[in-house]
Design a protein around this ligand. Structure first.
Ligand code: UD1
Length: 419
């Protein structure tokens, strides 16, 4: 079991290359199952979650040709296996994204139901309702979703009860192969949904409105060979912006796109952090002192839940009292006790965390519980005096490419220990 040892107190300075977005890569890999033609994906991040998704589509019969750490060519011509095993879904919940493409292309699919997870119950009812609206019958059989549409899918008006990212992606992918037109109302507007749409259009689909609440898809796509470059990861961008701010440093985030950062940039600016464009991306520079901030997590363009834990670490060292209201996942506070072990003063009441700032964080042994929680401990460890050792860092490798290497290059003292 690998651990990270961080000796805190170094001011970070240098350039970080922002990787491709994990949350755009996963649905795009799933989308390759729709088409018998080859899809080449570039700017793929080298992450264990991406490797898991590639394994899953290979199990379905896709031919996956890894031509470099950040590029893959997927030939869907021989896909014929419509069952996704529990082994896959247990490793990563997002593998449920294969359901829409499989049922759309083959008229049937069997995919294990994802279980609960560390950040809430996370049901998939909205994915299933969207597929039902397109004409799929959905049953569950011993923990497996059994989806059938023997006569194919038919375009329809899908009204999502809430703007779920995954359900929007499932509906959009399935609709590309349905007969006629589909309208998705109350669609998620996240940049990753837009990136999936851009890729589907390159593959031959006709989609309008991605990035708004209403997406229109004309079905019966004639698929063609396509190449798509994944957008930069806005969560990684935000995480390194916090790394600069929490260490009183200055980082250039190469490849970062400010328009995808939206609310987190505004929050950071309101507490004194400066941003300006550079030739390669964006420069982030910390003020002294940082001011307190209040955050409510919301769907895009609101403040992303995937940056909540990182900002909580930052609030611990800012001047004054900050609050975080989590509205997307009810139980996404696993990092609170661990941050408190590092000297933070965070009180939790329901879904609101109150963070008393100006804390002098002190290194301690801590355990990572999920992807974003783990990185908040890394950030706190960078700001703490002394040594922080983080257990269970496999969570980090799911979503941050070469985190320790990138931080070391900017002056952090961080080591990966095995055993
Ligand atoms: C995606 C991201 C995840 C991010 C989240 C919210 C990927 C691979 N993951 O997850 O990193 O934190 O968006 O920005 O892109 N819900 C239902 N029923 C459903 C689906 C969702 O009730 O069928 C609820 C969820 O429990 C949650 C909320 O809707 O409370 C938002 O979930 P959703 O937007 O679907 O997140 P994911 O697509 O799972």
């Amino acid at each position: 079991m690998e651990r990270l040892r961080i000796t805190g107190g170094e001011r970070l300075q240098g350039t970080v290359a922002i990787a491709g977005a994990k949350n755009a890569s996963l649905p795009i890999i799933a989308a390759s199952l729709l088409s018998p033609e080859t899809l080449t994906i570039t700017n793929l991040p080298a992450l264990t979650d991406v490797a898991t998704m590639l394994d899953v589509i290979a199990e379905h019969g896709a031919h996956v040709d890894r031509n470099g750490p950040h590029q893959v060519a997927i030939d869907g011509g021989r896909v014929d296996h419509v069952e996704a095993s529990y082994g896959a879904i247990r490793r990563m919940r997002a593998t449920v994204l294969v359901l829409g493409p499989l049922v759309a292309r083959f008229g049937k699919a069997r995919v294990s139901l994802p279980g609960g997870c560390a950040i809430g119950t996370r049901p998939v009812d909205l994915h299933l309702k969207a597929l039902q609206t397109l004409g799929t019958t959905v049953d569950t059989d011993g923990g497996t979703i059994v989806a059938n549409a023997p006569n194919g899918l038919t375009g329809a008006r899908i009204v999502l009860a809430s703007p779920s990212v995954g359900a929007t992606e499932t509906a959009m992918m399935a609709a590309t192969a349905a007969k006629g037109e589909t309208e998705i109302i109350n669609a998620a507007q996240e940049p990753e949904v837009v990136d999936l749409a851009t890729c589907l259009v390159a593959m031959g689909a006709e989609i309008e409105g991605a990035g708004t609440h209403r997406i229109l898809i004309r079905g019966e796509t004639i698929w063609r060979t396509a190449k798509h470059a994944v957008i930069p990861d806005r969560v990684e961008t935000g995480t390194y912006a916090v790394a600069a701010a929490i260490t009183g440093g200055q980082l250039e985030l190469a490849g970062a796109r400010l328009e995808h950062l939206a609310a987190p940039e505004q929050v950071l600016e309101s507490c004194g952090v400066a941003f300006w464009p550079s030739d390669r991306g964006l420069i982030v520079s910390a003020p002294d002192p940082l001011q307190a901030m209040d955050i409510t997590t919301e769907p895009f363009p609101g403040f992303p839940t995937d940056l909540q834990a990182q900002f909580m670490a930052l609030m611990s060292v800012a001047e004054g009292t900050s609050t975080i209201r989590e509205t997307v996942f009810e139980n996404r506070f696993m990092h609170v006790p661990e941050l408190n072990r590092l000297g933070a003063d965070i009180k939790l009441q329901g879904t609101v965390a109150t963070v008393k700032g100006s804390r002098e964080l002190k290194g301690a042994p801590v355990a990572a519980t999920d992807l974003r929680a783990s990185v908040s401990l890394v950030l706190a460890g960078l700001a703490a005096t002394g040594e922080t050792v983080i257990e269970n860092i496999f969570h980090l490798d799911r979503g941050y490419e070469a985190l320790d290497v990138k931080l070391t290059r900017c002056g952090a003292r961080i080591e990966r220990l095995s055993g």
